[in-house]
Design a protein around this ligand. Structure first.
Ligand code: ADP
Ligand code: MG
Length: 439
């Protein structure tokens, strides 16, 4: 990418589009074509229609939001979509990428000013010179949900930054019909609803399904095969399916990381990557799976404490406080044996962790248990823990968990990756309840 050095504050990238490297990102993300079509269609529409139709007729703000679990390809899709849009419209576009962290890390009281300056000066200046696409990656940092922020825990500055973003979005939408914002969020519950209501499209990016997992794994093995031919051959080996099946439930980034982890898992393989086997791969997948002995080996509440210790490495932290605060709900879920067949799932910026519990004979016997600590931080960055929960209990459990921003519950037949994409209807692009995203 031809990012230049003299970047204004708050920007992490500026380049012209189309850009072949970004085109490659668009093709590298393996996802239902309908999602890519919808995204590209919305982006193109922004440039073909907004300058011609009054906002009172069609209230388009020029904002697309991609939401999904970490590692599902949102940032890559946002960049790729920007470049594809320039191709489709055969025009020269500018791409700006905002680094929200650099804006919010400024001294207290300065965030609002930094946000306002970036939008009203830098973005407006580019938008004046021609069609412009602005990527707001991890937008929850900038447009944090004011309703969920407590004033003690979060400086008033964050509230003001959210206000500034909204004011600026409205002003820019009015002035520049050839400007498009593409925002991403790993954590849609934290995005202010006034921001999501301004989005012309909220697109949920799901975890890859089985076929997509197989394609991502194959793509990764074939790519490595260009340097290490024996790895490439795994992609067509008889036990390829075994590896692909093990990857189901993982996000695209983790699948690629697992291949890297497998290469590092044995010294022999690290020295000669051609020696990696499908077994190494499958073993690497299970690194982030734990089975905890529950009743009668331990009480339900002791089971939960064991899980919290495991996830937090026994260290005091805000995460630990939140996990301990939900002990009542957790114990009830464990007592009801929901985590027996359907795991408690923890997602974060690193590998996702699946935690099962065993009960009765299995809990006493303990042979299936795996209670070792993790070699990584399962709560790194934006984490989220999702309890499996039976239909009859789901409503009260979800209500009880409402005050907790990192803990949620889902039905037993819902994948943790279940998003609102399934229920999104073409005629209702604004009606997606992203708050339910991880519920
Ligand atoms: N659906 C997918 N198909 C192929 N690769 C994927 C997919 N999802 C994620 N990846 C891989 O994971 C990497 C990280 O993706 P990224 O766009 O940063 O995800 P996000 O922004 O959702 O966290 C990508 O570079 C890509 O290699
Ligand atoms: Mg991202």
């Amino acid at each position: 990418m031809s990012a230049d050095d003299g970047l204004q504050r708050g920007l992490s990238r500026r380049c012209t589009l189309p850009d072949p490297k970004l085109d490659a990102l668009w093709t590298s993300i393996i996802i239902d074509d309908a999602i890519k079509d919808q995204l590209l269609g919305q982006a193109v529409l922004n440039f073909t229609i907004r300058s011609k139709v009054d906002r009172s007729v069609l209230p388009l703000h020029g904002v697309i939001l991609l939401v999904g679990l970490p590692g599902t390809g949102k940032t890559s899709l946002a960049r790729g979509m920007a470049s594809e849009t320039a191709h489709v419209l055969s025009g020269k576009f500018q791409l700006l990428e905002v680094d929200p962290h650099s804006l919010t890390s400024s001294a207290m009281g300065k965030t609002q000013r930094a946000v306002s300056d970036l939008f009203s000066q830098v973005v407006a200046e580019h938008a004046l010179s021609g069609p412009t696409i602005v990527i707001l990656d991890e937008v929850e940092t900038l447009a944090a949900d004011r309703g969920k922020l407590s004033l003690d825990a979060n400086p008033i500055d964050v509230h003001r930054a959210t206000d500034a973003v909204l004011v600026q979005l409205d002003a820019l939408a009015d002035r520049f019909p050839r400007l498009l914002f593409v925002a991403t969020s790993n954590f849609p519950k934290a995005v202010d609803s006034a921001f999501t209501s301004r989005c012309d499209l909220v697109q949920a990016i799901p975890l890859p399904d089985r076929a997509a997992c197989a394609r991502i794994l194959k793509d990764c093995l074939v790519g490595l095969g260009r340097t290490f031919p024996a790895i490439g051959r795994l992609a067509t080996s008889a036990n390829f399916d075994q590896g692909a099946n093990a990857c189901v439930g993982l996000d695209g980034r983790t699948i690629r990381k697992i291949v890297a982890n497998a290469l590092a898992s044995r010294r022999e393989v690290a020295l000669d990557p051609n020696k990696v086997t499908m077994d190494d791969l499958v073993r690497a997948v299970y690194v982030a799976r734990r089975t905890i002995r529950s009743t009668p080996h331990r009480s339900a509440s002791e089971t939960w404490i064991t899980i919290v210790e495991l996830l937090t490495h026994g260290n005091a932290s805000a995460a630990r406080t939140e996990l301990l605060a939900v002990a009542g709900v957790a114990s009830s879920i464990i007592t009801d044996q929901f985590p027996k067949d359907v795991p408690i799932v923890v997602t974060c910026d690193g590998p996702r962790t699946r935690i099962h519990c065993t009960y009765d004979e299995d809990a006493i016997d303990g042979t299936d248990a795996s209670e070792d600590g993790f070699g990584f931080d399962p709560l790194a960055g934006d984490w989220m823990l999702s309890f499996p929960c039976g239909k009859d209990d789901l409503a009260w459990v979800q209500a009880a968990l409402k005050p907790y921003s990192h803990v949620c519950a889902r039905g037993l037949d819902e994948n943790v990756e279940k998003t609102s994409a399934d229920s999104a209807r073409d005629d209702e692009p604004l009606a997606i309840d992203v708050g339910r995203f991880l519920d």
